[in-house]
Design a protein around this ligand. Structure first.
Ligand code: 3EB
Length: 310
């Protein structure tokens, strides 16, 4: 039985077995569920669940954040990386409590980045940046850090956007430790999978069109097309064109912006009205209003959907 990520729950719960993962992130539009991976999860260690299905591996963890965000994140990621084991990281979703609020002079997102960076450095040692995969990190109102990770035995290629500074090279003005992710991750070969990270209006390392939704959508759309071109280069144009349309998730800071985002989505070449959701979440920089991620994985991770002839 495949596992789904379900948005709009009253609280976050990671269920072993068929019930999947429920996230307390409000759904604003579109479908509530995204098929996450082809297997089920088992509870192995309190609030940490894992599963393996063929070459794919999934780890999900949700921990209360009662004290220091940096240390909570470091220890959560140490457990997560240990549970992923030797599999190659492919996609990580992070839900960070009160992401733009500060504690002791450090914004929660920056404290999260510091703890995540420290855990990767301790786990993978020198050259650990090679292991950074596609990710998103957005806010949640629940006082819990929830992280869902996919990994695979297949080799994974991590991609960068030539118009953006690699996030792991962001200068220190964006926080004491840089964010540990790549702009996209691809598995080529017989079971191709392609994940574009949560993508925002960032050029170089700077935010574009601060506080201006149409300007940010335009810039985000250009960044998504740039990453699509990177993926096409690795997968081949025919392979990419042969895949089902991507699943699209939009993280939106202000619920009242839904109509503007929907009108914009309908004009995007990759958009499929049957495979998207808009959820309410704060974005990791205060001036950013929207972040968008695309996932081409349904044909592998949701194979039952392919059994009906068109
Ligand atoms: C950015 O480009 C926007 O910290 O894991 C996007 C995707 C962003 C992932 C993360 C952050 C992350 O810097 C923010």
């Amino acid at each position: 039985m495949p596992t789904s990520l379900r948005f709009g729950a009253s609280r976050t719960r990671l269920h072993p077995g068929d019930a999947g993962i429920e996230l307390a992130v409000p759904l604003l539009a579109g479908t509530a569920d995204e098929r996450l991976w082809p297997g089920t999860l088992e509870r192995v260690d309190g609030d940490l669940l894992t599963g393996s299905e063929g070459p794919w591996r999934c780890v999900a963890l949700s921990v209360p954040v009662t004290q220091d965000m940096r240390e909570t994140t470091r220890s959560a990621y140490a457990r997560l990386l240990a549970a992923l084991g030797p599999a190659h990281s492919l996609r990580i979703w992070n839900y960070v409590p009160a992401i733009n609020e500060e504690a002791e002079g450090l914004e929660n997102y920056r404290a999260f980045c510091a703890g995540r960076h420290e855990a990767f450095a301790a786990f993978a040692g020198a050259g650990f940046e090679r292991h950074f995969c596609a990710a998103s990190a957005v806010g949640t109102v629940e006082p819990r850090l929830s992280v869902i990770a996919l990994a695979t035995e297949f080799s994974v290629e991590h991609l960068e956007n030539p118009f953006q500074c690699p996030a792991y090279h962001y200068p220190p003005e964006y926080g004491p430790r840089s964010p540990s992710f790549s702009r996209a991750s691809v598995v080529a070969g017989s079971e191709p999978v392609f994940y574009i990270s949560g993508t925002s209006a960032v050029l170089g390392a700077a935010s574009v069109a601060p506080g201006d939704l149409p300007g940010q959508l335009a810039s985000t759309g250009e960044n998504l097309l740039r990453m699509l071109a990177q993926g096409r280069r690795v997968l081949g144009a025919e392979t990419l064109a042969g895949l089902e349309a991507p699943f699209c998730r939009v993280y939106l800071r202000r619920p009242e912006d839904v109509p503007v985002v929907q009108a914009w989505l309908e004009k995007q070449p990759w958009f499929d009205a049957g495979q998207y959701m808009i959820v309410q979440a704060d974005i990791c920089r205060r001036e950013l209003l929207v972040e968008i991620e695309l996932s081409w994985a349904a044909h592998v991770l949701n194979p039952s959907a392919d059994t009906m002839p068109a």
